[in-house]
Design a binder for this molecule. Structure first.
Ligand SMILES: [Zn+2]
Length: 323
């Protein structure tokens, strides 16, 4: 898009923004207005910024970031923000153009793009692109925490000491959930480390914890090819003595039932091992609605379902408490 076109586009999309609301530098005792695309990124900004920030996440629980497009309310929020944080790496595919335009008037930072390229996994579907789901590995997520800290300091340098201290404390929590995940997942028998999943959200997870991540999406139980694939997966479950299929809520019941029935027919009992959080956290105000709680839930659920040892309520004793 040429420059003039971009201005015209911004003018059109930002027409709902009332005059005089264009982002101005934050006044000392007014909170810094931060808008984050995903809940995971908003969580970092709240942890680091504390009372010095007011943070809004655009995407709530159950929202698919790959398909999400900004609403009129989102456009107003972003135009009024002092800082807009997004994941990048093509996660917010439908918002990229708008984010490019809004970057001409306020600070916009793609925090996951600060992860060193040598740590990124290449994308299954796109050449020259990387897998955006870096939050699945807490070790890589630490780089994203640091990128968020730097973005906040850039907007409000006077508060850098407080931001740095809060960042150190949060990094320790992220490191702790990473070690916990390593511990409970390494207790799963090696041959049972298999994750059957609906989309490609778990590649970083698989790499970090030594799990085979196998896609089930798009398998039709009506076509020959679909049935052949189901048979292949049943073979794998039986041969590797995998006792549970871990699914995401978006995997079709039909494919899962076909797998479980196929295994049963071979005398191998398989159960459904619980749901995982993939692209969004749990409900706001619950432990699972935080990044730490999300990873705790996933690691604890997978470990328990596949024969590992994990405390029922997770690392912090807070899983499934509803708060
Ligand atoms: Zn995804």
């Amino acid at each position: 898009m040429r420059f003039a076109d971009r201005r015209a586009f911004l003018g059109a999309t930002a027409a709902v923004v009332v005059a005089g609301t264009i982002a101005a530098p934050a006044i000392a005792d007014e909170p810094i207005r931060v808008v984050a695309t995903t809940g995971m990124i908003a969580d970092i900004a709240r942890e680091i910024g504390g009372d010095a920030v007011s943070v809004k996440a655009l995407m709530g629980p159950g929202v698919d970031p790959h398909a999400y497009r900004q609403t009129r309310t989102d456009i107003v929020s972003m135009a009024q923000a002092d800082l807009v944080l997004w994941n990048g790496l093509y996660l917010e595919a439908q918002m990229e153009e708008f984010l490019g335009d809004i970057a001409e008037r306020t600070s916009v930072v793609a925090v996951a793009e600060q992860v060193a390229p040598e740590h990124l996994v290449s994308h299954d579907d796109y050449q020259d692109r990387f897998d955006p789901h870096v939050w699945m590995n807490p070790e890589l997520w630490q780089d994203v925490v640091l990128a968020t800290r730097d973005a906040l300091i850039e907007v409000s340098p006077g508060q850098s000491q407080a931001f740095m201290a809060a960042t150190d404390a949060y990094l320790a929590e992220v490191a702790a959930i990473g070690s916990y995940a390593t511990d409970v997942l390494s207790s799963v028998p090696e041959q049972a480390r298999v994750l059957i999943t609906a989309h490609d959200a778990f590649n970083y997870f698989g790499e970090a914890y030594g799990f085979d991540v196998i896609g089930i999406q798009g398998i039709s139980t009506e076509s020959e090819a679909g049935l052949a694939r189901i048979r292949e997966l049943v073979d794998l479950l039986v041969e590797r003595d995998v006792r549970a299929v871990i699914v995401e809520s978006s995997v079709s019941d039909r494919s899962v039932r076909a797998l479980i029935e196929g295994a049963e027919a071979r005398g191998h009992d398989v159960s459904i091992g619980g749901e995982l959080f993939s692209d969004a956290m749990g409900a706001p105000g619950t432990y699972e609605g935080t990044y730490i709680g999300m990873i705790d839930h996933n690691a604890t659920t997978i470990s328990a379902a596949l024969g590992g040892t994990a405390p029922e309520r997770g690392l912090n004793g807070r899983l499934n408490a509803g708060s």
